[in-house]
Ligand binder design. Structure first.
Ligand SMILES: [Zn+2]
Length: 409
């Protein structure tokens, strides 16, 4: 078989396209494949598909194709242009690549597979032997392609959460589909406007379909939800992990205060016990359990705060919002009569938003999916590296977490 025929088969070229020349550069480890069509071929207008004679050609273009063994393989062709009476002079669509791409569709497909498998743009670059800008252009095109294909689906269970971008107070807001673990929308910042900007990216139909939305207890997203989602008050569920985190932090605050007090009298019984009080009881190691038992028996404020924190956990095991409300009110009465100021602060904040805490018992959603995805996003941020701007960060989130159909046809 002649090399031209071989590449004709390998590239899957069909009439009118054929391979006119194959050149091998051993030093550069590159195969160059030149492709052409017979004169007199008619082509379709890319706008209206009308068959028209060739008007002229662009200058020769190149497309990187899948390697031939270890050799980089590059296709060369001049793209025909037609002169459509309706649409004017237009470049025709070549069958091996998408418009504007410097890669064949088969190469892009492979590159996307590598990028998804490595979750690492730099790692993918070394496998694909591409430059950063080239690789990134594949990511961007894949996301644009996926977004344009994405069908409007109903979103009954959502989560909204902030994510730090770069160090410091630089945030983006993410909207998650909790049923499919995908990121549906992203906006800049983490205030009320950011929440509104994120939710407003959904269609009216999607907004109507929202049954429940998980969020932390910050006022910003509550306000945003109330502005965008009808009857939001019945749909907001404050994420149980955020609420429990507040209680756990309060236990730590009590411990630090008490430890300072005890140390004044030379009593170091709370030294090195921080993580004993922060860990769930069933997760304590044997050694921690021994420390816990010894310290708990001392009847310290820290032990009391810890016990109230543990008691609070049962709020989320209640079978209905009504029984959860009763359970909380009982817990609240006990806590509010103690001297555990940090714990009382938490109790008051929960009481203020109680309806949207106990709504968990109705909707049973948390942002755990979002938290899991956050760690994925963190690892993308670390591994992808070189995010020169926020836009690239967002694009990477959609590429890896958007649940998009990324591949070219
Ligand atoms: Zn046309």
């Amino acid at each position: 078989m002649q090399d031209r025929e071989l590449y004709q088969q390998i590239l899957g070229l069909k009439s009118p396209w054929s391979v006119s020349k194959v050149a091998l550069d051993v030093l550069q480890q590159q195969v160059d494949v030149f492709v052409e069509h017979p004169s007199g071929t008619k082509f379709c207008c890319p706008e209206c598909s009308k068959q028209l004679p060739c008007y002229d050609h662009t200058q020769e273009r190149q497309w990187r194709h899948l390697d031939s063994c270890q050799f980089k393989t590059v296709m060369h062709a001049s793209i025909p242009r037609i002169d459509c009476p309706e649409h004017g002079v237009k470049q025709v669509q070549v069958p091996w690549a998408e418009k504007g791409s410097r890669f064949t569709s088969l190469f892009e497909r492979f590159a996307i597979q590598v990028l998804l498998a490595t979750q690492n743009v730099k790692g993918a670059m070394s496998i694909l032997r591409t430059k950063w800008d080239q690789t990134w252009s594949i990511v961007e095109r894949a996301v644009a392609r996926g977004k344009s294909r994405k069908e409007t689906t109903m979103l009954p269970r959502l989560g909204i959460d902030e994510k730090a971008f770069l160090k410091g107070q630089n945030y983006i807001t993410l909207l998650y589909d909790l049923d499919h673990s995908t990121v549906e929308a992203i906006s800049d910042g983490n205030d009320t406007d950011s929440g509104i900007a994120c939710l407003s990216q959904l269609s009216g139909e999607q907004i109507q379909s929202i049954e429940a939305i998980a969020m932390d207890m910050s006022a910003a997203y509550v306000k945003a939800a109330k502005q965008v989602i009808p009857l939001a008050e019945n749909k907001i569920v404050h994420d149980r992990f955020h609420v429990m985190q507040m209680a756990t932090k309060a236990v730590d605050k009590v411990r630090r205060g008490e430890h300072r007090q005890l140390m004044k009298d030379g009593d170091d019984c709370l030294s090195k016990t921080k993580y004993v009080w922060l860990t769930s009881f069933e997760n304590l190691s044997e050694k921690q359990q021994a420390v816990f038992d010894a310290t708990y028996d001392l009847q310290l404020q820290t032990g009391k705060a810890w016990a109230y924190k543990e008691m609070l956990r049962d709020l989320w095991t209640q079978t209905s919002a009504a029984s959860a409300t009763t359970y909380f009110n009982d817990w609240y009465r006990r806590v509010i009569h103690t001297k555990l100021e940090p714990m009382k602060t938490v109790a008051r904040s929960i009481k203020e938003r109680l309806q949207n805490v106990v709504s968990y018992c109705t909707h049973r959603i948390t942002n755990a999916v979002a938290e899991g995805m956050n760690s994925k996003i963190m690892s993308i941020k670390r591994r992808v590296g070189g995010f020169r701007n926020r836009q690239n960060f967002k694009t990477a989130i959609f590429f890896y977490c958007g649940g998009l159909s990324l591949y070219p046809q």
